[in-house]
Design a protein around this ligand. Structure first.
Ligand code: ADP
Length: 437
């Protein structure tokens, strides 16, 4: 088509030139002024060409979307035609693209999950209809607004700003407190964000039922157990009046009753930890003092195992949070080290701070844990070896408690271990959770 156009174009050009020269010759014959006739002919042709150019310029600068270019004759007609064809082709491509965009928008609008596109600054660019119900976004007022101004939950602000979106976030919906939503952010393109929001109310309710059930059962079992345990203690206090055949049985019942009480207490503590996001109290905690008391208790627990327990306090930095919760988490780690380290073994506790935050490590020279168990260690009731746990009297809930307490203090747990050599449990706390005295 382009070749044809060029041929036409050259043909027309040559025809125009020949006509011009012929007209100039005729005028020259009549007036006997060949030079002037040619010059006037060329001048007129130039003026006509300039006029067409002007028309094209006018059309280019002020034409509306679908207005075709002006009609033209000869060479200019060819130019206008070509522009018209280009324009039509462009319109067709644009129409097809628009149809694709419309289909994508229609399908995302029909989604029950919300899809929100944010620019690199976190301002809203586009969202589907579900975003209006789940997050309460308003079209078009909210366009260009910062997402943290519209989703005002403090956990969302923190989650959005820290920039690590590996795990989704679950919060109540800004439009309805009884609805729970899960947000998942993915980065794409030029640091833009795509945010997916799902209604997870039903899953949340089931999870809540599970938590309530465990908490209620533990609570209901505690009272009868206290009564049984109390009577067993009284019987053992008056052991001389008891038939000697029953003494061993009573002692075992007393021991197992004690285990059940610890288990119920741990279950209740876990239920309490799960009930809220962050601890209600946020006091400065002297980690040094806390660790010294726990070390004392650990020495008592170690008793005749003759283990070497050392404590290195390299920083005076304090932690913000709940002392009871942190005491429980740190004791679990340190008592585990005592439990799973044989006699004469070494346990080293260290508290230090650096540019990443503050850290507590509990290192032992104990039996260690195989790598395959490490990812599951913080699950409730997960035990490396069930016979091992019954020997040590553990409940299998210790590390689950540690994980929850750390989560509530914005911390993370790192576990490294070599079977037969020993383990290191490190708690990492970010800078926002610290207070410099
Ligand atoms: P438990 O009450 O059984 O100690 P935890 O949740 O505290 O439960 O620990 C889970 C499992 O992890 C334990 O059963 C034990 O096998 C293993 N474990 C925990 N700490 C250590 C450690 N310091 N050395 C070796 N194994 C450990």
């Amino acid at each position: 088509m382009c070749f044809q156009l060029n041929q036409n174009w050259y043909g027309t050009l040559i025809r125009h030139m020949l006509m011009l020269v012929a007209a100039a010759l005729v005028a020259g014959v009549i007036s006997n002024q060949y030079g002037w006739s040619l010059a006037i002919g060329l001048g007129l042709y130039l003026a006509w060409t300039l006029k067409q150019l002007l028309r094209l310029h006018d059309w280019l600068s002020s034409h509306k979307a679908d207005e075709p270019p002006p009609d033209g004759y000869g060479l200019w007609g060819e130019v206008f035609d070509s522009i018209y064809h280009l324009q039509r082709r462009d319109q067709r491509v644009r129409g097809r693209l628009q149809a694709v965009i419309d289909r994508v928008q229609e399908s995302t609008a029909a989604l029950r999950d919300a899809v929100i596109m944010l620019d690199s600054e976190g301002n809203l660019e586009w969202w589907n209809r579900a975003a209006e119900t789940l997050l309460g976004l308003k079209t078009p007022q909210d366009s260009g607004q910062s997402v943290s101004n519209l989703v005002r939950h403090p956990r969302f602000k923190e989650y959005f700003e820290q920039g690590n979106y590996a795990e989704p976030l679950e919060i109540p919906s800004p439009t309805n407190d009884r609805m729970r939503i899960q947000l998942l952010i993915t980065r794409y393109g030029n640091n833009e964000h795509l945010m997916l929001v799902r209604d997870v109310t039903r899953i949340h309710q089931l999870e809540q039922m599970r938590k309530d059930f465990v908490a209620n059962v533990s609570h209901e079992l505690r009272t009868p157990l206290t009564v049984i345990f109390g009577y067993l203690e009284t019987l053992l206090d008056n052991v001389e009046e008891v038939n000697p055949r029953w003494v061993r049985a009573l002692q075992q019942m007393h021991q197992q009753g004690g285990r059940m009480q610890t288990l119920l207490n741990d279950l209740l503590l876990l239920a309490k930890l799960e009930a809220t996001d962050y601890p209600s109290d946020s006091y400065p905690i002297e980690v040094g003092t806390l660790l010294k008391t726990i070390k004392g208790d650990a020495q008592a627990l170690s008793a005749n195992k003759n283990q070497q327990i050392s404590l290195n306090l390299e920083s005076e930095v304090q932690l913000k949070g709940s002392e009871t919760e942190l005491r429980s988490a740190f004791s679990n780690l340190i008592f585990n080290a005592v439990k799973y380290t044989p006699a004469e073994g070494k346990i080293h506790i260290r508290w230090w701070a650096d540019e990443h935050g503050a850290h507590l490590s509990v290192q032992d020279s104990g039996i260690g844990i195989e790598t395959k168990h490490l990812p599951r260690l913080t699950e409730r009731f997960y035990r490396v070896d069930s016979s091992r746990a019954s020997n040590t009297g553990g409940t299998g809930l210790g590390l689950a408690i540690v994980k929850h307490v750390l989560l509530r203090h914005r911390g993370t747990l790192e576990i490294n271990s070599v079977p037969g050599k020993g383990s290191v449990f490190i708690c990492h706390f970010p800078a926002i959770q610290l207070i410099n005295p």
